[in-house]
Design a protein around this ligand. Sequence first.
Ligand code: 7RM
Length: 523
Amino acid sequence: MLKRLGVKKGDRVCIYLPMIPELAYAMLACARIGAVHSVVFAGFSSRSLVDRITNAGCKIVLTADGGYRGAKTIDLKGIVDEALTECPDVEKVVVVNHIGSEPPMIYGRDLSWQSEFEKANTTCEAEEMDAEDLLFILYTSGSTGRPKGMVHTIGGYMVYTDYSFRTAFQYKEGQVYWCTADIGWITGHSYIIYGPLSAGATTIMFEGVPSWPDWSRFWQVVERHKVNIFYTAPTAIRALEKAPLSFVDNSDLSTLQVLGTVGEPINEEAWHWYDKHIGKGRCPIVDTYWQTETGGFMLSPIANVTKTKPGFATFPLPGIQPVIMNEGGLEVTGNKVEGRLAIQFPWPSMARTIYGDHQRFKDTYFSTFPGKYFTGDGCKRDEEGYYRITGRVDDIIIVSGHNLGTAEIESAIDEHSAVCETAVVGYPHDVKGQGVYAFVICYDKPREEDHLRGEIIETVAKIIGPIAKPDKIQFVSGLPKTRSGKIMRRILRKIAEGDTSNLGDVSTLLDPTVVDEIKEGAL
Ligand code: 7RM
């Protein structure tokens, strides 16, 4: 179908689909004909879609009339239509009829997936590819606000997703595996599609949400499909933990053998709940630490081999060489140490570049510690050599396991006409891991704060997507800035965390008095 529409080896194809089988077909079809897929999470706004389509130079978009989110539907085709008013190079849009909403179709541009599919040839030779040819681009947040198109290639990515999937989960032939991530994120690429399928596993795709029609949804799916390996995120575990236990106990979870977690540090309480109530104390928990950039697991227990420790991603997978660095750029050796996590030797599935900006790739990942890959995460190695990730050391916040750049949210908030300047930081959030706290300066003192808050939240949802909505918005008259104009986020982070006792040295600030005002108004 793609070939008939003129897609050739090396062309970039934008995929904006909900979690339906056509999404998997589309990715694998691209791989087979040598086209490069760029999957955009179907929760992203039209603006985010414009940026990603433009950056990758996509001429074709695969989408659906809509998607489901619990009881609601999302008008995906409408979002694509809006985006394409700013993407003149897109020639074709192929639309899956999924919710039956029959959206308006633009003659000559929009095509029905179902009818195009019928016209397609039933055989299609696989394109011969070089190991280093592009397989896909996947965008991740950067600290500047411009998303980075991480590039993964054919050979190494396939080798490593297959290897790491088999190794960490100790996958055995015939097992049923379920990863609850969305394919719009790297976890879905590597561990719903490529890794498990390459290993021959049965992989489950789930279009729903954990809370609808009620909080037993995940456990019903485990029972119905006799899931053996279950892989989810701490944010989901924390949300599920808040629901009454009867939602868990009504389902038969006896087929479960291995549990996994990914996306952010898992707090001990959630780890124990997961272990006790889901694993019934008999399933190892593999806490897999990795990134969009790494393509596959860097640190992870090996199920039933590694002795686990709550909150620890334990050890590197065989082949991976982590190092802990201090701020002076020197390696910290031995145990009971803390610093920044770098990887000192390449591995098969590492990203090869940022699409269209190799210099930025070098600057972001290879300049902090020359000759090494810098993860951007803080890390501890305990007395037994176990690794524990302590969180980001840069301007990235992880909300419900999703990477968001503070700069990206700031520039979205700044789009509101009443807003003059914004600083965004993360703060600990019960369910989401980190919440978004925005300090906002308006041109005029807002008369109706709550009304303006609502508008700002809507602005962010529209520009980036609902996941980036600020949880707290504090209106301030100034921000703590250094003389060179840099916002001292360290101070704002402390205030957002509710810890104002020791804000450290504020003497280098241009105007130290703003700090008192911000402290008083803290939410
Ligand atoms: C897979 C994924 C990457 C960032 C990473 C970390 C954080 C991911 C863990 C974790 C502690 C984990 N890719 N992170 N896994 N922190 N323990 N097991 O999430 O590119 O979207 O995010 O996520 O900060 O740098 S990602």
